[in-house]
Design a protein around this ligand. Structure first.
Ligand code: SAH
Ligand code: SF4
Length: 350
């Protein structure tokens, strides 16, 4: 049976090549073909000898999911629904901006964390994605949009699609490490962001090894509000989460953590909440992204008004905590944060 070559790290591929009598340095050449040029046949890898091409073809396949739907928003955001080999569907979102092209990738089919405001969480967890299923989201979007040339490359990757990346961290880390290899895709650690709902013991464990930026979905200034909207807080409370964040900061001095704060009308958007948040994060050298609610079918929350959002931002900024109001992208095609889903039940997906 053939193995998926996109599941391999550079080191694993080097070892495998060594075991069949190949040279270790070929691993990097192969990864360049796979990641930088999007090659889908070993026979197109022209700097590799014919016999090794044949051997590779006998041992490996090069994975791509099939694209089941592409929706384009009026703001240029594009949502890809991808069908996996077992029939499950995941979603990836392409977000063009003036100076960068970001891809938002999924790490799981569904999510088990069950945040009350999130459509992915509402539909439950199905399974983790393999490394090839994560990395191929990046490759298939590049294929579809013909982004193989320098200028137009996919410059940023955010793990903010479906799923909780820390609950699939081995495959997530392998993907990140592969995308960061110099001379392959060479993405810098500042261009990759992992967003987590706060699985504190795992964050603590991998803080040192996480080679990129971290975003933490905090969404509340205290345990009682947070537990009401994020049940995970009953297991890993804010104190445990901030302890793990401090560990990350200790290991990555120059990568400031971003705390995500979703403003929900009447739940966490009062002046008191803003002041409490200021106090909570004062020692962390962090910044805050204020998110506005993206609604979906059964979402029981209401967005905060523009006035409340800017009032909240002002209190943080005036108190010395840098806060940005994140612009919504792709809401009309259900591609915005928290709207992705592994089935086609959403109205505008049918
Ligand atoms: N599971 C990870 C990453 C995916 S969610 C996490 O929770 O961090 C990406 C971001 O979207 C998170 O900050 C999440 O809290 C936020 N989000 C979820 N549902 C949302 C909604 N309905 N509106 C706006 N943001 C939402
Ligand atoms: Fe899962 Fe993130 Fe949605 Fe929470 S917000 S349910 S962790 S995907």
């Amino acid at each position: 049976m053939k193995n998926g070559i996109l599941n391999y790290s550079k080191e694993e591929l080097s070892e495998t090549l060594k075991s069949i009598g190949g040279k270790k340095f070929r691993a990097e050449q192969i990864l360049v073909w796979l990641y930088r040029f999007g090659t889908t046949s070993f026979f197109d890898m022209t700097n590799i000898g014919k016999s090794l091409q044949k051997q590779l073809d006998e041992m490996f396949y090069i994975y791509r999911p099939s694209i089941s739907k592409v929706l384009e928003s009026k703001d240029g955001t594009i949502k890809f629904s991808l069908e996996l080999q077992d029939g499950n569907t995941i979603e990836s979102v392409f977000i063009p901006e003036e100076k960068r092209n970001t891809i938002c990738v999924s790490s799981q089919v569904g999510c088990s964390v069950g945040c009350r405001f999130c459509n992915t969480g509402y539909h439950g967890f199905i399974r983790n994605l393999s490394t090839e299923e994560i990395i191929s989201q990046f490759l298939i979007v590049k294929d579809y949009l013909k982004l193989w040339n320098g200028e137009d490359r996919l410059s940023n990757v955010v793990f903010m699609g479906m799923g909780e990346p820390l609950l699939n961290y081995e495959n997530v880390l392998k993907t990140i490490n592969n995308l960061m290899i110099d001379d392959v895709e060479g993405l810098s650690r500042r261009k990759i962001t992992v967003s987590t709902s706060g699985i504190s013991p795992i964050l603590m464990k991998i803080a040192k090894d996480l080679p990129c930026r971290l975003a933490v979905s905090l969404h509340a200034p205290n345990d009682s509000i947070r537990s009401g909207i994020m049940p995970i807080n009953d297991i890993y409370n804010i104190e445990s989460l901030l302890t793990a964040c401090k560990e990350y900061t200790k290991c990555h001095e120059y990568l400031r953590i971003t705390f995500e704060y979703l403003l929900l009308n009447g739940v966490n958007d009062s002046k008191e909440c803003a002041r409490e948040l200021l106090e909570l994060l004062k020692d962390l050298n962090a910044k805050v992204n204020l998110l506005q609610l993206n609604s979906w079918g059964n979402c029981g929350f209401k967005p905060s008004s523009k006035k409340q959002v800017s009032q909240f931002a002002n209190i943080l900024n005036n108190g010395g905590l840098e806060a940005f109001i994140r612009t919504r992208r792709g809401e009309d095609i259900m591609a915005a944060c928290g709207q992705l889903s592994s089935n086609n039940r959403d109205k505008n997906m049918i």
